[in-house]
Design a protein around this ligand. Structure first.
Ligand SMILES: C[S@@+](CC[C@H](N)C(=O)[O-])C[C@H]1O[C@@H](n2cnc3c(N)ncnc32)[C@H](O)[C@@H]1O
Length: 257
């Protein structure tokens, strides 16, 4: 699996300026980090990505020591804390750590949060029963380093739950049509279009078999692509309905150490 061509400094600058899921189109003019603001962020997230609940199964992990890699605005982290996991979280950006702290504070909940690059996790080996990471690893300079670190900090038999982007998806096909075909550059590959035009530069997306190779150190692995609102947007419903889930932008991953 090729590694990205950006450095984590560029990724950090991008996310420092725009913590995930908190854009004006979501929160409007609500006072920043007020309870209403957080509730709008949460409602929007689970309206857009409702399958997160069935993939993460937050309530199954009560009392377990759990690390979230790349907490973003902390909306999933809040679900882990509400469900009674012993929560730890890291993110590359100070903005994400600050918002996540405030997010949990707003509900009287707590987590051990710190800014860290997940390519070197600041935890001893075999420390966590669960590691969770939604939409993060594919942004890193060295995704395989993060997967190795997750493997290191998991206890034997521990679980990784996550999501990474799928390259052979409707979302990528639309992006390619827009940024390559319609701009007279049909020779650009899916990889190049994703790296240049999806969120922070250097973003990658994978096939299921590439993900299996990335997680080959784990004893059990499953990957399930999921068609998302980002695949559906701008396409006729009837067409999307004909499309198998394997052409989905999100690939849910479950792996056991
Ligand atoms: C698309 S957001 C996802 C955030 C959150 N998991 C969610 O689903 O809303 C990507 C997040 O990953 C973080 N991130 C990117 N590279 C990272 C790295 N190497 N180590 C830790 N966090 C990273 C970014 O700072 C950003 O907060």
């Amino acid at each position: 699996v090729p590694e990205s061509l950006v450095c984590n400094g560029v990724v950090k600058d991008y996310w420092e300026a725009r913590p995930c899921g908190t854009s004006k189109s979501v929160v409007g003019n609500l006072p920043e980090q007020s309870l209403e603001w957080f509730e709008r962020v949460e409602a929007h997230r689970y309206a857009t990505e409702p399958f997160i609940h069935s993939i993460a199964q937050f309530t199954r992990h009560r009392g377990k020591r759990l690390l979230e890699v790349g907490v973003g605005a902390g909306t999933d982290h809040l679900q882990w804390a509400r469900a009674g996991a012993i929560c730890y979280g890291v993110d590359l950006t100070a903005a994400a750590i600050d918002i996540t702290k405030a997010h949990l504070d707003a509900y009287g909940l707590q987590s051990n949060l710190q800014r860290a690059d997940a390519e070197t996790l600041p935890f001893p080996e075999k420390y966590f029963e669960v590691v969770y990471s939604w939409g993060v690893i594919h942004h890193a300079e060295h995704p395989s380093a993060i997967v190795d670190e997750i493997h290191r900090v998991l206890k034997p038999g521990g679980t990784f739950i996550g999501m990474m982007y799928g390259r052979h998806s409707l979302k990528v096909l639309k992006h390619w049509a827009c940024y390559a075909l319609l701009r007279g550059k049909p020779w650009l590959t899916f990889r190049q279009v994703i790296s240049r035009h999806v969120e922070s530069s250097g973003t990658q997306a994978y096939t299921v078999s590439e993900l299996r190779a990335l997680f080959s150190r784990f004893s059990q692995f499953s990957a399930n692509p999921q068609i998302t609102a980002y695949d559906r947007r701008g396409l006729p419903n009837a067409l999307v309905k004909l499309c198998p889930e394997r052409f989905g932008w999100f690939i849910a991953i479950h792996a056991t150490k």
